[in-house]
Ligand binder design. Structure first.
Ligand code: HEM
Length: 400
């Protein structure tokens, strides 16, 4: 197997990651990089790895490799690593189960009207001006308020989350935080933790069924309130960074391809089907990593227990053997196999919420023909996540 050069932080990859993925996928489903990393680019093989319990998530090892064995001395990294999503056996799996119930189909569905009102209430005023940053003025406040509603976190309390989320995402990415950035992130995270702990200790915290359940689990397992904050921090982060990136990327696509927007506006296609095709083409998470606990055979190669397998879900979503003409936006494809929300044990717990809120944002955006504007997008320099820094839309015909 020839050794590949794979650098998601390179300028070429940042400009067009999909070109790199397509060329990898053409050469085969499994690759080895010069640095010893395994890359899975094939759709069938990616699905196998994600569903195989021998391959586990191992964020703690990744954090230790990047920031040293004592990474838990950093409050920001400690909160990430003690959240239920990274510490997968936390409270014997009770937190995970409780969150799965909080984000169930029925609960998500019951919030439809509230979510639609949020989308309309934010997009209308944002589009009055000649130019708008669709990310900052719509996608971020919308998705943050949606996840707050579902979890029962007061939205004023969560307003400071965007000031730490870019840093936390970088810590989970293959990009590295500098010592100064990490120090700043620690200070901000600590300040937010104090506000949350004060709230969690107050009687109002019990008004939310989700938070009351987390507090009960913490009590039962003698975990401190800080540990409940870790879970909420991860949920707020996972719940708005991904969806805001998706909503903004859809806005960017609609602004660039007004003919597609007109076609979608004609209403022939089902929203859920369109959302799935956007999810396939522009996933906000490009890579998930796994490590096997023991040596494992994979597509004729041996992956050692200490080696890391990077599953390139964004590449698998464009594998031509799974999706014909993968670079083309074509709603109406078979919907089951898009890997944007991962698969297997660690699949995304917020997938139903995400699909619904993205669908509502799409419908509301399509109701506004002013969205047909010239767009300028800047991307954050991340490799695991594909995330916009800003998305400015300018309306050249605006006369107010
Ligand atoms: C477009 C939106 C979203 C995308 C593309 C997305 C994607 C993902 C992916 C790929 C994973 C799996 C990581 C892995 O396999 O290692 C994941 C896990 C997770 N996601 Fe999402 N996500 C989205 C929205 C959300 C939302 C709205 C929430 C919650 C409110 C959420 C909560 C979670 C949680 C808790 C996990 C960890 C599951 C576990 O490991 O037990 N996500 N997400």
């Amino acid at each position: 197997m020839p050794h590949e050069v794979f650098n998601p932080l390179s300028a070429e990859h940042q400009a067009d990651p999909y070109g790199a993925y397509e060329s990898l996928a053409r050469r085969g489903p499994l690759h080895r990089t010069r640095l010893g990393l395994w890359l899975v680019s094939g759709h069938a093989l990616a699905t196998d790895v994600l569903k195989n319990r021998a391959f586990r998530t191992d964020y703690a090892t990744a954090l230790a490799q990047a920031y040293g064995a004592r990474f838990r001395q950093h409050p920001s990294l400690r909160h990430l690593s003690t959240s239920f999503a990274i510490d997968s056996d936390k409270a014997g799996g009770d937190v995970r189960k409780h969150i799965a119930r909080t984000l169930s189909q029925a609960r998500v569905h019951a919030h439809r009207d509230v979510i639609r009102d949020l989308a309309q209430g934010l997009l209308e005023p944002a589009l009055q001006a000649r130019s708008v940053d669709l990310l900052r003025e719509f996608a971020i406040p919308y998705t943050l308020q949606v996840v707050c509603k579902l979890l029962g976190v007061p939205s004023q309390l969560a307003e400071s989350i965007p000031s730490v989320s870019a840093g936390l995402l970088t810590a989970l990415d293959c990009a590295r935080l500098s010592a100064a950035e990490l120090k700043d992130l620690d200070t901000r995270t600590q300040a937010i933790a104090e506000q949350f702990v004060a709230f969690l200790g107050s009687p109002q915290a019990r008004d939310s069924e989700c938070i009351a359940g987390l507090l009960d689990i913490a009590n039962e397992h003698t975990l401190p309130l800080e540990s409940v904050f870790s879970d909420l921090l991860f949920l707020l982060l996972a719940g708005f960074e991904t969806t805001s990136s998706s909503v903004a990327q859809i806005g960017w696509f609609l602004a660039r391809y007004p003919d597609v927007a007109d076609d979608l506006r004609s209403g022939a296609a089902d929203t859920a089907v369109i959302v799935e095709e956007f999810a396939r083409m522009f996933p906000p998470v490009h890579i998930v990593t796994r490590r096997p606990g023991v040596d494992v055979e994979l597509a004729g190669a041996t992956v050692r227990s200490t080696q890391t397998v990077a599953v390139l879900i964004a590449a698998a979503n464009r594998d031509p053997s799974a999706f014909a003409d993968p670079g083309n936006f074509m709603h109406g494809r078979a919907r089951s196999s898009v890997l944007t929300f991962s698969a297997g044990w660690h699949h995304c717990l917020g997938a139903m919420l995400a699909r619904q809120e993205i669908g509502i944002a799409l419908e509301v955006m399509l109701e506004h023909p002013q969205l047909r504007r010239a767009s300028v997008a800047t991307w954050r320099k991340l490799g695991v996540f594909r995330s916009l820094q800003a998305l400015s839309l300018v309306d050249p015909h605006h006369h107010h």
